[in-house]
Design a protein around this ligand. Structure first.
Ligand SMILES: Cc1cc2nc3c(=O)[nH]c(=O)nc-3n(C[C@H](O)[C@H](O)[C@H](O)COP(=O)(O)OP(=O)(O)OC[C@H]3O[C@@H](n4cnc5c(N)ncnc54)[C@H](O)[C@@H]3O)c2cc1C
Length: 469
């Protein structure tokens, strides 16, 4: 009988958590394998999340530029959307990046095993291959990186045509004339920006009192104002109750903020109300892995309660469901598995980016959060209306807001909404990591003309001395 293959580390799942963990494990000299149930590497982020959405957002932006070309002195009489070509470009980008992961696995000698993985006992993993054949492998350390799926509810099951999650909406064969989006979190508002810009009539229904509810309140207000100006309808405190097939596609019933029952018809309904962790049916039952509402509890080194088993990414309790967080957690887990010292993740210094139009980015405490934490808060705010690069880009909306502690000028949080702010937040993260102050940001010479000058100006504004406003 053939011997059961044995690895130093086996990772279940090849999303941005799993594949980054695998590469780092191999770099650390560990014999590494990744088990992936799908026929492609890269997980949610690469195939139905971060990458395809950002590609569609770019195509939508290009289309917008064409619509407004006159403003830039360009006369373009004929242009239209070739949806099939838009989708083809998205697929090309995704495929190229998936091949990139395959290449990196080969380069680093990470073995890929296609199949469904489950814990099968201490140091053992069972794999069910696509033909249903089951076999076992052994590993000194196991990393669970099984990610998440879109939450759905009875009566809102995706059918691929009218009721959609992030998966089906990315595979639409034609642009819908109208779309209701349930949920104004990052996923909801990004799809709103995509389809609105491509010409669909978009209505967002959000149960909570504001859009992007995890962001600073002023950011939510600015986004809602902008969406209103653009013509994206958004109703907050709107509780969706049911969805029924109807002539245009779907009728969505909900109760509005004033408690009245309302109904809205659209060709499609996108359900974007959060993500459930993939922790069922992965063999956790007979282990000491502890769950909290389905999410895996871990310590600062990403170890679960089961010796030798780590968890990373979207399945981790209390960790934001973001690709870059999954990747960092993967590095922490395998570094610890290799017996090397690790620096625990500071979850207060994680950048959040939402790529809607206008873009949003943030790190650290909101103004309200800082006050509730007992800080004496000093806020510095600078609008993009006073920034020269924003004027060149024709972007008039948004601002940079720095929340600092009055005593020493410690930066507690930075919040931005406006042009390309997702490219600007890393500066704030570095400043916070290095325990920088608003004075440090204000004294740092920023290149001109760039959008980043708005960060410097917001730091000046913390002391009431912004230059360009
Ligand atoms: C529409 C959308 C847009 C997003 N945009 C962004 C963004 O712009 N930036 C950002 O940071 N985050 C974004 N996210 C979130 C991001 O995609 C996730 O946080 C990230 O993918 C989590 O990585 P992960 O490795 O934990 O899991 P996943 O990426 O979900 O990967 C898990 C992998 O495990 C595999 N798997 C599951 N169970 C098993 C099993 N038992 N055996 C074998 N394989 C298994 C799955 O097939 C999958 O490949 C977005 C999400 C969505 C839905």
């Amino acid at each position: 009988m053939a011997e059961t293959p044995k690895y130093d580390v086996v990772i279940i799942g090849s999303g941005p958590g799993g594949y980054v963990a695998a590469i780092r494990a191999a770099q650390l000299g560990l014999k590494t394998a990744v088990i992936e149930k799908d026929d492609k590497l890269g997980g949610t982020c690469l195939h139905v999340g971060c990458i395809p959405t950002k590609d569609l957002l770019l195509s939508a932006e290009v289309y917008d530029y064409f619509k407004n070309a006159k403003e830039y002195g360009i006369v373009s009489k004929e242009f239209s959307i070739d949806w099939a070509a838009v989708q083809a470009r998205k697929t090309k980008v995704v495929t190229k990046l998936a091949k990139g992961v395959e290449f990196l696995f080969k380069k680093n000698k990470v073995e890929t095993i296609q199949g469904y993985g489950r814990l099968a006992g201490p140091g053992r993993i069972s794999i069910t291959d696509p033909k249903g054949q089951v076999r076992e492998i052994q590993a000194s350390k196991i990393v669970l990186a099984t990610g998440s799926e879109a939450k759905t509810f009875p009566g809102f099951e995706p059918d691929g045509k009218t009721i959609l999650t992030n998966k089906e909406v990315l595979a639409l064969k034609a642009l819908p004339s109208s779309m209701v989006i349930m949920g104004a979190g990052a996923v909801g508002v990004e799809f709103a920006s995509i389809f609105h810009r491509f010409g669909s009539k978009v209505t967002i229904l959000e149960m909570l009192p504001r859009a992007v509810p995890l962001e600073d309140e002023e950011i939510s207000a600015e986004l809602e104002k902008s969406f209103h100006r653009q013509g994206i309808a958004i109703q907050t405190q709107a509780k969706v109750e049911s969805a029924a097939k109807s002539a245009p596609g779907v009728t969505v019933s909900y109760s509005s903020a004033d408690g009245k029952r309302q109904a809205i018809e659209a060709e499609t309904l996108l359900v974007a109300v959060g993500r459930s962790p993939n922790t069922r049916d992965v063999g956790l039952e007979k282990t000491r892995v502890q769950l909290e509402r389905g999410f895996v509890k871990v310590d600062a080194t990403m170890q679960t309660g089961e010796p030798g088993v780590y968890a990373i990414g979207d399945i981790v309790a209390g960790s934001p469901q973001l690709a870059h967080v999954a990747s960092r957690e993967g590095i922490v887990a395998v570094t610890h598995a290799a017996g090397k010292p690790v620096e625990p993740i500071n979850y207060h210094q994680i950048p959040n980016c939402t790529y809607c139009e206008p873009e949003i980015s943030s790190v650290g405490l909101t103004e309200r959060g800082a006050r509730e934490a007992g800080h004496t808060v000093r806020v510095g705010k600078f609008p993009f209306a006073g920034n020269s690069k924003a004027a060149i880009l024709g972007a008039r909306e948004g601002f940079v807001k720095i929340v600092s502690d009055e005593k020493y000028g410690e930066i507690l949080g930075v919040h931005m909404i406006g042009p390309r702010v997702t490219e600007m937040i890393a500066e704030a993260v570095v400043a916070m990591r290095l325990e920088g102050t608003v004075e440090d940001l204000a004294a740092t010479i920023h290149p001109h003309p760039t959008l980043t000058e708005a960060v410097m100006e917001a730091a000046h504004a913390a002391h009431d001395w912004p230059i360009h406003i």
